[in-house]
Design a protein around this ligand. Structure first.
Ligand code: C5P
Length: 206
């Protein structure tokens, strides 16, 4: 079984993906980490974020074990990730890795932006997780503050708007809901309620 979970930043998709992978005993890949690690590698090595070939080389030789979760989760890493994610050579370099994970015998659950449309268009179930930009901004702001980042709520909401626009308007694999995906809006939902809804949607689709 392949489960594809896509959606916007800070919509709750990461948490939902973790809970669902535990529930179904499916190996989980958070594909945003690949783009974040590529971006962090570039920032560390001083590679410009528009050098397609150098970035693709970094993406191809990624070892996720080299990165601390905390450094991948910063606002700077998220922003840089969405910049490198626009580059087709980078997406191509990360494609095989994701496709191989998606098609392993054990089945798989992947979360990202283009799983249901590009990486696993053949997935058994596709979910698109979203929430209002204000609610997502509030969640992300709380998370950043708890990690000691000094940012205002307004600035975080504005950064999300910019990131959403960049992700949705890129030519190669734009972040978009697959036609056969089920939409789950988490604006008014607790994480438990969102997971319940996701489980119900999956059971109905299987
Ligand atoms: O989900 P996360 O916030 O970790 O993703 C960081 C960035 O990586 C996204 O804003 C997006 O630009 C990019 N991404 C992508 N395709 C994916 C996963 C993430 O383009 N499948």
């Amino acid at each position: 079984m392949i489960i594809a979970i896509d959606g916007t930043t800070a919509s709750g998709k990461g948490t939902i993906a973790k809970r669902l992978s535990a529930h179904y005993g499916l190996p989980h890949m958070d594909t945003g980490r690949l783009y974040r690690a590529t971006a962090v590698a570039a920032l560390k090595a001083g590679v410009p974020l528009d050098d397609a070939q150098a970035l693709a080389d970094l993406a191809r030789s990624l070892d996720l074990a080299d990165y601390q979760e905390a450094e991948l989760r910063t606002a700077e890493a998220g922003k840089a990730a969405s910049v490198v994610a626009v580059i087709p050579e980078v997406r191509q370099a990360l494609f095989e890795l994701q496709r191989a994970f998606a098609t392993q015998d054990l089945g798989a659950l992947l979360d990202g932006r283009d799983i249901g449309t590009v990486i696993a268009p053949d997935a058994d179930v596709k979910l698109w997780i979203d929430a209002s930009v204000e609610e997502r901004g509030y969640r992300r702001w709380k998370e950043l503050c708890s990690h000691g980042e000094d940012v205002t709520l307004e600035a975080v909401i504005e950064q999300l708007r910019v990131r959403d626009k960049r992700d949705q308007s890129r030519k190669d694999a734009p972040a978009e809901m697959a036609v056969d995906a089920v939409l789950i809006d988490t604006t008014e939902l607790s994480i438990e309620a969102a997971v319940e809804k996701a489980l119900a949607a999956i059971e109905a689709a299987l």
